[in-house]
Design a protein around this ligand. Sequence first.
Ligand SMILES: [Zn+2]
Ligand SMILES: [Zn+2]
Length: 438
Amino acid sequence: MIGWKTNIVFLATEVLEIHRGASKEEVRQAYRKAALSNHPDKVAEEERPAAEIKFKAVQEAYEILYDEDKRHIYDTHGMSAFNGSGEPGMGGMGGGPDLDDLLAQMFGGMGGMGGMPGMGGMGGMPGMGGMGGMPGGKPRTSPNEEQDYEISLEDMYKGKTVKFASTKNIICSLCDGRGGKEKAKPKKCSTCDGQGVREVLKNMGQFITRATQPCSTCNGEGQFYSPKDKCKKCKGNKIVEAKKMLEMYIAPGARDGEKIVLEGEADQVPGQEHGDIIFRLVQDEHPVFERGGADLRAEINVTLAEALTGFHRVVLKHLDGRGIEIKHSPGTVLQPGQVLTIRGEGMPIKRSDSRGDLYLVVNVVFPEGSWKPTPEVLAKLQEVLPKPEAPIEAAPVDEVEYDPHGNMEEFGARDTNGGSAWQDDEEEDDEPVQCAPQ
Ligand SMILES: [Zn+2]
Ligand SMILES: [Zn+2]
C-alpha cells in the first residue's frame, strides 16, 4: 500500500464530530464531550485499548483545533501537516503497540488501505460513524490518480505548499449520483434484461465463442432513466465536472520518490469510495548540492593561499539562502579533497527537529598558469614553503622534453585505434614479437 503509514489522516474535525468552521467554544465543548465518553477509565476492560487510542486522538484533535496557530495550519494544509499521529512527543503508547498501526486498524479503509490484519474485536467504537472500512468489507475505491511532481532541492529543504486548480468529476449534487429526477424510477433495460451484460458470440478465427460484454444500451447498469426522467444537471451521467482549488503540503525534508496523498480528491465514481490524487516527488538535480538521505554534500573552492594561510568567509550559499561562514585558522593547511563536516546543516528530518549533516569537500584552486610572480616572490616562496623530498637516486639520468598540456584521453588510446599518426608501422609489426613468451 502506498505510503499509508504517513497517511493515517483521521480528520481532527471528524474525531471531535464537529464541522470545519466550528468556533473555539464549540471545539471546547465537543472536546469535553468526546473526552468524557472515551475516557479509558470509564469503559469496560476489553474496550480499554481502543478507548485509549480514541482518547489520544481526541486530545490531539483538540490541541490542533483549539490552538489558533495550529488551527490555521490545519485549515490550510489539512491533517497531513500533523503527520497523522501528531507532533513529536504525542505518540508513544508507553511500550505498547505502534500507534500508527493501531490507528490504521481502527480507521482501516481510510486512505485506501483495506484489509488490515488483526482487526477483530476492535469494532463497536462509539461515535465513529462515517469512517468506513470496518472489518470484513474492503470498500470499492475509485481509481487513484498518480502523477510525478518535479521539485527543487530548495523547496524540499524549506517545504512548500502548492496550490492548484483541479478539474474533476464529482457526484452530481442535484440527483445525488442517481442520474434521475427525484421521484423518477429507472427503467429496467430490455436489451440485457436488467443484467448489465450481454452475451455475444465472438468469432475467434475458426471458432465461435461466447463472451459477455457490458450492455451498451444501459452502460452496463441494467437500468436507465427515460430521457424525460433524467437529472437536468448531470443529464443522467450521475457525475458533473467541477473545479476545485487543492493544496498539497510538502513538508521540509521531503524525499525524492516520496508520495503525497490528497485523500479522496480523485474523480468520483458513484457508489464507490473516492480515490486519491497521489503525487510522487521527483527531485530536480541541483548544481551545487548532492543529497544522501538527510545529508548534503557540496564542493567549496579555496585558493592556494587560503589553504595555506587560513580564511574567514562565506564559503557557500545554503538552500535557504543563508551564507555558510567558515573560519579556518591560519597555520593549519587544508588539503585538496579534505572534507569538512558541519553537523546539523543537512536536510531537515521529518517528524523531528534534527537535521542531517553537511559535507564540504575542499577543492584547492591553484593559481592560473598565467600567474607570473616576480623572481623575488618565487625566491621567497621557495624559502618559506616546505622543501622537496630527498632526491631520487638513479643512474643514468635523462633530461626529457615534455608537453605541458597533456591529455589523459590519449592515454591508452593508441591500442584501440590501431596506432596513431606518429607511430610508424615497423613498431607496430614488432609488437607481437615483444609479447611472445621468451
Ligand atoms: Zn442493458
Ligand atoms: Zn444529476
